[in-house]
Design a protein around this ligand. Structure first.
Ligand SMILES: NC(=O)c1ccc[n+]([C@@H]2O[C@H](COP(=O)([O-])OP(=O)(O)OC[C@H]3O[C@@H](n4cnc5c(N)ncnc54)[C@H](OP(=O)(O)O)[C@@H]3O)[C@@H](O)[C@H]2O)c1
Length: 276
């Protein structure tokens, strides 16, 4: 039987979930209930999804949903949970989209509930997300299957332990941003050495990035095989790969130190919010 789905928060992630569930026909519009702090942002959604249940407040969503996606920023999660908890049925499955807010924080308010955390990435928009999931002890195999059946419409699903959600998020949901930043630098540096237009450089780099990913996946090629196939001994590519191998580790190490520290601080702030 199809369960009603609730989505609280219509930002980047809430919109992605709504669009994907409907576009893939995973859930019918009439089985989805949605709310957002700024109601004006969702008021016209019926023009696109005529049967969608647009709710004036979070409580109306909660009263109807069996699976509830909380798609708000980490420091807003506590407020939402506090507001809705008395209307939550005991069997409602709460899904938080944030990796930094911990189960023991959510459980302080939603005692004995089924709680999962999911981390999709922006590439869900093209059905390529590697969505990370983890569950608290109240989530059983059937619940996990139900969640996987929903999430598979926008990519693959990987279950990992809660303490690894931080690094896992860096490698999946943050990674498109990191990749974009790296290739932006490559493009800007390339422009300095050629008369090829920036637009053409961007086309070349994106198509090559896409093809390289496909090659690695479809041929099950390792990074080393790839590098050895392209960077032949004493060749031109090898000059470039040597620089990358010498200089990039320091930058990447600094990046992970900074992002993981920022994550730790967010968890600490949430801890303070939840008074743990
Ligand atoms: N963006 C990503 O790539 C990504 C990937 C994985 C996980 N996440 C996680 O997903 C969560 C949502 O991120 P996002 O990027 O979608 O954020 P976002 O674009 O800022 O959207 C958050 C939405 O929540 C709404 N909201 C805030 N407080 C609310 C409340 N009390 N009741 C109802 N709605 C409320 C906001 O409404 P207003 O219109 O009033 O601002 C806004 O539309 C975050 O925890 C984030 O860490 C994000």
């Amino acid at each position: 039987m199809v369960k009603n789905i609730g989505i609280i928060g219509y930002g980047s992630m809430g919109k992605m979930l709504l669009d994907k569930f409907i576009e893939s026909k995973t859930i019918q519009e009439s089985n989805i209930f949605i709310s957002n702090r700024t109601f004006e942002k969702i008021i016209n959604l019926n023009k696109t999804y005529s049967k969608l249940n647009i709710c004036k407040n979070n409580i109306d969503v909660v009263k109807n949903a069996k699976i509830l996606f909380i798609c708000v920023k980490p420091l807003e999660i506590k407020n939402v949970l506090t507001e809705i908890v008395e209307y939550l049925g005991s069997n409602v499955h709460i899904i938080s989209l944030n990796g930094s807010v911990l189960f023991n924080q959510i459980e302080k308010i939603c005692i004995n509930h089924k709680i999962s955390k999911i981390i999709p990435s922006i590439i869900a928009e093209v059905n390529q997300s590697v969505t990370l999931v983890c569950h608290n002890a109240n989530v059983n195999i059937k619940d996990k299957e139900a969640i996987n059946n929903l999430l598979k419409c926008f990519g693959t699903i990987m279950e990992i332990p809660e303490p690894e959600m931080g690094m896992g998020s860096e490698l999946t949901s943050c990674m498109p941003g990191f990749i974009g930043a790296i290739f932006k630098v490559i493009t800007e540096e390339a422009v300095k050495h050629t008369s090829i237009s920036k637009e053409k450089i961007i086309d070349m780099v994106i198509a090559t990035m896409y093809g390289t990913g496909k090659l690695l996946l479809e041929k099950e090629m390792t990074y080393d095989t790839l590098i050895n196939r392209v960077a032949t001994k004493r060749g031109i590519t090898e000059e470039g790969t040597k620089i990358i191998e010498n200089k990039l580790p320091e930058i990447i190490e600094e990046m992970f130190i900074k992002t993981l520290e920022k994550r730790r601080i967010t968890t600490e702030k949430a801890n303070n919010e939840f008074n743990i």
